[in-house]
Design a protein around this ligand. Structure first.
Ligand code: 5MM
Length: 340
C-alpha cells in the first residue's frame, strides 16, 4: 500500500469546492431512469448519455472525480476516445463502482446485504490498469419496524471494511457508502439514531480490518426524515442534526465526507449541503462535499430525453448543478442561483 498516494488521491477528491459526480448506475438502474422518460433502454443510449456527461464543457471546474460503472469504464466516445481518457484530460479523476448489488440478507426479512467481495482483488487490479484511482461500494440500510437489525448492520459494515482494505492494497481510495435510505415514515430523530449506529459500526470494522482512515472518503446519507414522515424539518434543523450525528461517529482522520443525495430534489440537496457549510464549515475536521447522482444528473437527463439535439442544453444543466453544489460547499449557494 502506498499511503502517500492514497492520501493524495483522497485529498484531491475533496479539494477546494469540488465534489464527486456519481454516474455509476448499474444497467438496471440506468434503464429504469431511461424508461421513465421514454428513452430506449439500450447499450447505445447508455453510451450516448454517458458521452454527454463526460464531454460537458468545463465540468472539471466543479467535479473532482467521476464514479463509473463496469460498462462505462470500457466505453468510448463516438470518435473512439475512451471515457477514462476524456475525464483525465478534463482534470477529473476516474473511479469505479465495484459492488455487485444488494441482495436479501438470509434470515432478515426486508433487509439487504451488499455483495461483490468474491474475486474483488483481481477486479481491482484490472480497474486500476484501466485508469481508476478510487472505488465505491454501497450498503443499503432500511429503517422500519424492528429494523435495521444488528445482523444487517454488522454484515454490511464488515463487507464495506473488507472492500476498503482490498482497495487500499490495490492503491485505490475506497469511497465507503453506507446509505440509510429515505423510504418510510421514520422521523428525523430515528434516522439520526440509525445513521449514528451504522457509522459507528462501519468505523469499528474499518479499524478491525486495518483500513487507513486518511485514505478513505465517507459517502453517507444526510440525516433526513423518511419520505413518508408527516413532519419534514426545515433546512437548518436537518443541517444541524446531520452534522451533530457525523461529529459523534466519524473520526477526524477521515479527509472528506461526500454525501449521496438519496432521492432529494436537486435544489434541496444543494440547499442542505450549503446550510451545513454555512453553520459549521470552520469548525469541522473533515471537508463536507457531495457525491450526488440524481441531484446532479436528473435535470440534464430530463432535458436530453435521448435526443441528440438536446445535448448542449442538457450539458448546461449538468454544469449548472455541479456549479451550485460547489457553491454549497463554500456556503455560497442561494436559491437565486436557480433562476437563470
Ligand atoms: C445512493 O446511490 C448513489 C448516489 O446516488 P444519489 O445521489 O442519486 O442517491 C449512487 O452512486 C448509486 O450507488 C448508483 O446510482 C448506483 O446504483 P445501483 O443501484 O444501480 O447500483
Amino acid at each position: 500500500m502506498n499511503l502517500q498516494q492514497l492520501t493524495e488521491t483522497a485529498g484531491s477528491l475533496v479539494v477546494g469546492a469540488k465534489g464527486l459526480l456519481a454516474m455509476d448506475e448499474s444497467t438496471g438502474t440506468c434503464n429504469k431512469r431511461f424508461a421513465s422518460l421514454g428513452i430506449p433502454q439500450t447499450e447505445a443510449a447508455r453510451r450516448a448519455y454517458r458521452e454527454l456527461i463526460v464531454t460537458t464543457p468545463g465540468l472539471g471546474e466543479w467535479i473532482s472525480g467521476a464514479i463509473l460503472f463496469d460498462e462505462t469504464i470500457h466505453q468510448q466516445k463516438e470518435d473512439g476516445t475512451l471515457f477514462v481518457k476524456v475525464l483525465v484530460e478534463a482534470g477529473i479523476i476516474p473511479g469505479i463502482k465495484v459492488d455487485t448489488g444488494a441482495r436479501e440478507l438470509a434470515g432478515h426479512l426486508g433487509e439487504k446485504v451488499t455483495e461483490g467481495l468474491d474475486g474483488l482483488r483481481d477486479r481491482l487490479v484490472e480497474y486500476s490498469r484501466l485508469g481508476a484511482r478510487f472505488a465505491k461500494w454501497r450498503a443499503v440500510i432500511a429503517v422500519g419496524d424492528g429494523i435495521p437489525s444488528r445482523g444487517c448492520i454488522e454484515a454490511n459494515a464488515h463487507a464495506l471494511a473488507r472492500y476498503a482494505g482490498l482497495c487500499q492494497e490495490a492503491g485505490l481510495v475506497p469511497v465507503v457508502e453506507p446509505e440509510v435510505i429515505m423510504d418510510g415514515d421514520h422521523t428525523l430523530e430515528q434516522c439520526s439514531r440509525v445513521t449514528e449506529r451504522v457509522l459507528r459500526t462501519v468505523f469499528d470494522q474499518l479499524y478491525t480490518q486495518r483500513v487507513v482512515l486518511e485514505g478513505v472518503i465517507l459517502k453517507p446519507n444526510m440525516v433526513l426524515p423518511g419520505s413518508a414522515c408527516p413532519t419534514q424539518e426545515g433546512v437548518d434543523e436537518i443541517a444541524d442534526t446531520t452534522v451533530r450525528c457525523l461529529l459523534r461517529a466519524v473520526p477526524a482522520a477521515v479527509p472528506g465526507i461526500a454525501f449521496l443525495s438519496g432521492g432529494q430534489s436537486a435544489e434541496l440537496a444543494s440547499d442542505r449541503l450549503n446550510a451545513m457549510n454555512v453553520r459549521f464549515k470552520s469548525r469541522l475536521p473533515w471537508a463536507l462535499a457531495f457525491s450526488f447522482a440524481r441531484a446532479i444528473q436528473q435535470p440534464a437527463l430530463e432535458i436530453w430525453k435521448g435526443n441528440n439535439t438536446n445535448v448542449p442544453a442538457a450539458q448546461q444543466a449538468l454544469y449548472h448543478r455541479a456549479q451550485c453544489n460547489c457553491a454549497a460547499r463554500l456556503g455560497e449557494y442561494t436559491t437565486a442561483m436557480e433562476k437563470r
